[in-house]
Write a protein that binds this ligand. Structure first.
Ligand code: FDP
Length: 302
């Protein structure tokens, strides 16, 4: 499936983020979305660009956006079980950072979808566009993760593939101002005492991009403030877990299990479109470090 129209919509969003008046794009439009965030004009501008870009793609029968209450189906589409897809996306991830001119991005995930059972059958492609010092598109392409940057001719030019193979930096990325369980506090102490460096931007796209480029571990676990986790399953957690998997890493849930294993046949309904879950994303090497750490911890406490 060609998503060139979608990538073109990222160019338009990048243009607006860079050049439109800050007052205009950051204006609150008196709307609260299903995640209880107030919606700014830029969120809706980005949402509309993306929806328009996929509307005419035959097999994409609908979409899920952070800014729509429910799954939306396009009218007049030929819905058949064999060839139906939906796109889930967060138009502007980390939008609270925009006022301070800190990098934000768009996250997307293309799902093979069964319209009869309303369930996800597979992930076809996922990626994100970063609107930072450069506009960067990172996307899966079968078994590679491609890193492209927008050049002066307004073309996404491929720079390299991203893989955890050579990424050795020890970074842990978590918002430590949240209150976690003792188990998680101990894990964070483990990173501190083993010379990991803490980095926290506060936009998932930027934080995860950093881990993909350098190595380490990203966590948004459940906490006192977010007992069920904060990040949204369908347009933040699954897409990043898929990107990490293709790059040689993993996304894990609360019980340290592979979170992608729950995506097959995940049934979408009005109550779980914006489901929030705890998530840890890291390289396979960091995952083994984490499991070793828990083995040792268990032996000490048993
Ligand atoms: P934001 O609230 O700015 O929309 O999508 C949610 C998200 O950003 C993520 O991008 C980011 O990782 C996280 O929330 C930041 O949460 P904190 O408020 O805990 O920093």
């Amino acid at each position: 499936m060609y998503l060139d129209n979608l990538y073109d919509s990222f160019k338009k969003i990048s243009e607006v983020v860079r050049h439109d008046s800050l007052k205009y794009i950051n204006a609150n439009i008196n709307k609260i979305n299903k995640s209880n965030d107030s919606v700014n004009r830029i969120d809706m501008i980005a949402h509309n660009y993306i929806v328009d870009s996929i509307r005419d793609l035959d097999n994409i029968i609908g979409y899920i956006s952070e800014e729509s209450d429910d799954i939306i189906y396009f009218e007049n589409k030929n819905i058949n079980n064999i060839n139906s897809y939906i796109l889930a996306f967060d138009p502007i991830d980390g939008s609270k950072n925009l006022l301070s001119n800190i990098t934000v991005g768009t996250i997307y995930c293309l799902y093979k979808f069964n319209p009869n059972t309303k369930s996800i059958e597979n992930i076809i492609e996922s990626g994100y566009c970063l609107y930072g010092p450069r506009t960067i598109l990172v996307k899966t392409n079968n078994d590679t993760v491609e890193h492209l940057s927008l050049n002066e001719k307004y073309i996404f030019n491929k720079d390299c593939n991203l893989s955890f193979e050579n990424n050795t930096e020890k970074i842990y990325c978590v918002n430590e101002s949240n209150k976690f369980s003792n188990e998680l506090n101990d894990l964070i102490t483990f990173y501190k005492t083993n010379n990991y460096n803490q980095r926290w931007v506060g936009s998932m796209v930027s934080d995860c991009h950093q881990i993909l480029c350098k190595g380490g571990i990203f966590m948004y676990p459940n906490s006192e403030k977010y007992p069920k986790g904060k990040l949204r399953l369908l347009y933040e957690v699954f897409p990043f877990s898929y990107i990490f998997k293709v790059a040689g890493g993993i996304g894990i849930d609360n019980n340290y299990n592979n979170i992608l294993e729950s995506h097959i046949n995940f049934k979408i309904n009005s109550n779980n479109v914006h489901k929030q879950v705890p998530i840890i994303l890291c390289s396979n090497k960091e995952y083994h470090n984490l499991l070793n750490y828990f083995d040792i911890r268990e032996n000490i406490f048993c």
